[in-house]
Design a protein around this ligand. Structure first.
Ligand code: COA
Length: 646
């Protein structure tokens, strides 16, 4: 049986995948483009292999020792079990360790000798390409850039042109291996994700999507839901300058004054199997196949959005943050800018008429960090008001891409609009800048800022729900070849004791401080292990997939409450650090959960929190307030305990 069908058989369905994934990687076995192109008789000039990495000779992702992972696992399940349940889990774990676990471990170790990274392909498929929920809200993050105020349409188009030129400069650095190799301490990090940012597109297929990698000289521009091909190089082979791009964008805008009746782009916001069906229907027409390929092969998408009202008088900074986050995650719904998108494209730059700028990125090829570095590069480029010397003597006019939409596809578009509007209504977002302190203050108290912020989230959740929240944080495993992430299980016995101490009115500040220090230290310890590939979740996933692949019954520990509850990530979090005053944002992993993406800066932290409106127990507004309160309380504890020496 193929891996694919076995994975399905195992019920590694969307819910399961969400638990595993948190925020989300990539290597590709082969490029789909040539077979695809030949099937549909469309000419293309794409690369036919995965983007090559400059050889970095990085170490291979280790397979942790079985006993080590299981011991760690037992510690992380404690907050979610009573004594009887914990005793049962311990027995199951022992049986697993002394029984089938050993066989699975040795099969997994064998796999690790056969693959440069034993997890890479499994992860890409299970966490992303086989995931059937829409990429919108459920997988693709938005990234909000610092606000701008455009006084005219030309301002908007000039900003868009600068964004494109900055992106092209950045791509040239990537292509020429000029992006400095990132380091974690003394360890160089895998840079291959950078090569997958431009020219990449996810293509919908039933059951498992594919990725297509391309290098080209054009971009896709979407305005009023109409889709255009724009060449960024002229007939003379020279790159266009800012004015020339602005002129071309102006032609795009002038030729699409009203919204398209059948906005094809909205189909990319659908459930993946539904979109795959629509894609097959569209592909029956040669003109559609050509248009689809044109979008898929472009370097990136530029969405020239209509105004979303960001500068309306009643909006303060945080309301603006929240509105911008919504625009970058889902475009505000079908009647706003939700159809002015192609969500399958790895990077879609968003430049709104009223100054909302940012991007949406499809998560499968890369983590947030390379995208955050791209963001800082673009913002610097724009703020330094860089200009390009060169220009082309023969820019090409934009070409509007044509689609023939039959009745079936038209119906699917209508349904897609309704579905997107439902997602929009269901996603509560509350983004805010916590400006009372940032990393510097935390460092001055000799604590890891990241661990401290994670503990604030633990405390906030506990204060709202009176119970520990299973908590996912992404840790980069890029010190290994093809590495992506491991889960930091931020909820620990220490984090629970800390939250309880904070809520105990009788507890002295010294006791609270000690509980905070212990919780931060435990989190930091787990982080260091996760960064080295010694977390719990990826190893347990590897053992489970090994069982599935070898036709072995899935061991009982995977259905035990210890595993199920500790992996039901009610708090899904990720630090995506950029220097500029921006932030990344996304939706929760589980129905009754929260998302928290944050950008910790020296003296403030930008937070994007989210919850689902459909779930009665959660509220992003309450969570956001609890988080800000937690940060204030913790500061008070630090200052008070130090002052009073109680
Ligand atoms: N006292 C004083 N300073 C301390 C300290 C302490 N006890 N502990 C840490 N610091 C300092 C660090 O030296 C660092 O200093 P710098 O700003 O000068 O570099 C700073 O505080 C931040 O360190 P810390 O907060 O501990 O962690 P981090 O920034 O290294 O982040 C992770 C930790 C796990 C978030 C990070 O390693 C990681 O993996 N990031 C990628 C996550 C990811 O994949 N996101 C995208 C998903 S889409």
């Amino acid at each position: 049986m193929s891996i694919n069908s076995q994975v399905r058989k195992s019920n590694l369905e969307n819910e399961d995948i969400k638990m595993l994934r948190g925020l989300r990687l990539g290597s590709l076995k082969s490029c789909i483009l040539e077979p695809y192109a030949s099937t549909y008789n469309v000419k293309c000039n794409y690369t036919s292999t995965k983007p090559s990495n400059k050889v970095q000779n990085l170490p291979r992702l280790p397979v942790p020792k079985l006993g080590d992972t299981l011991n760690k696992f037992l510690v992380t399940v404690q907050p979610f079990l009573n004594d009887t349940e914990f005793a049962t889990t311990k027995t199951l774990v022992k049986e697993f360790e002394n029984g089938v676990g050993q066989k699975l471990q040795s099969l997994l170790e064998k796999r690790a000798t056969q693959h440069e990274n034993w997890l890479e392909e499994w992860w890409l498929n299970t966490a992303y390409l086989e995931y059937r929920d829409p990429v919108v809200v459920f997988s693709s993050p938005g990234l909000v850039f610092p606000f701008r105020k455009f006084n005219s349409q030309i301002d908007q188009l000039t900003y868009a042109a600068k964004t494109l030129l900055a992106a092209l400069d950045y791509k040239a650095l990537i292509d020429n291996d000029k992006i400095p190799v990132e380091m974690m301490g003394k360890n160089p990090l895998d840079m291959s994700q950078y090569k997958k940012i431009f020219g990449t597109c996810r293509i919908p297929f039933e059951k498992r999507d594919k990725l297509s990698f391309n290098d080209s000289k054009h971009i896709t521009v979407i305005h009023n839901n109409h889709i255009f091909h724009i060449d960024l190089w002229g007939n003379d082979g020279k790159r266009l300058n800012e004015d020339q791009i602005v002129q071309i964008l102006k032609k795009v805008v002038d030729s699409s004054p009203s919204p398209a009746t059948d906005p094809i782009g909205i189909l990319t916001s659908e459930n993946r199997d539904t979109w795959a069906k629509a894609y097959q229907l569209l592909s029956k027409e040669q003109v559609n196949r050509e248009s689809l390929l044109d979008v898929e092969t472009s370097l990136a998408v530029l969405c020239l959005d209509g105004a979303a009202g960001v500068w309306q008088r009643d909006r303060d900074r945080d309301a603006r943050f929240t509105l911008a986050a919504a625009q970058t995650i889902h475009g505000g719904g079908a009647a706003s800018n939700g159809a002015n998108r192609w969500f399958d494209k790895t990077v879609q730059f968003i430049v709104g008429a009223d100054g909302i700028t940012g991007l949406t990125y499809e998560h499968s090829p890369a983590e947030g960090q390379p995208i955050a570095v791209l963001t800082d590069f673009i913002i610097n480029y724009i703020d330094q008001n860089k200009t390009t010397e060169s220009s082309s003597s023969s820019p090409k006019d934009p070409v509007q891409l044509k689609f023939i939409v039959n009745n079936d596809v038209a119906d699917m578009i209508k349904t897609a609009k309704n579905n997107l509007d439902k997602f929009v209504a269901n996603l509560e977002l509350d983004c805010f800048k916590f400006d009372e302190y940032g990393k510097n203050f935390i460092k001055s108290h000799k604590m890891s800022p990241d661990s401290y912020l994670q503990m604030a989230m633990q405390y906030a959740f506990y204060s709202l729900h009176g119970t520990p929240g299973a908590h996912y944080e992404s840790a980069a495993t890029r010190m290994y070849a093809g590495g992506r992430t491991e889960t930091i299980r931020s909820c620990s016995p220490e984090s629970v004791s800390f939250a309880r101490a904070m809520l105990d009115a009788a507890a002295a500040p010294r006791r609270k401080l000690a509980a905070l220090q212990r919780a931060v230290a435990a989190h930091k310890d787990y982080t260091v292990q996760a960064l080295q590939g010694f977390g719990v979740d990826r190893h347990l996933l590897g053992l489970k997939l090994t069982a599935i692949e070898n036709g072995i019954e899935i061991p009982k520990i995977y259905s035990d409450p210890g595993y199920v509850r500790s992996a039901h990530m009610r708090i899904s979090t990720s630090q995506v650090a950029c220097k500029c005053d921006g932030f990344m944002c996304y939706g929760p992993l589980v129905g009754d959960g929260y998302a928290t993406c944050y950008n910790p800066r020296d003296d403030d932290v930008n937070f994007a929190t989210a919850a689902f409106a459909a779930h009665r127990d959660t509220s992003s507004a309450r969570y956001r307030a609890a988080l800000a309160r937690a940060l204030r309380d913790m500061r008070r504890v630090l200052l008070h305990a130090v002052d009073s020496k109680l």
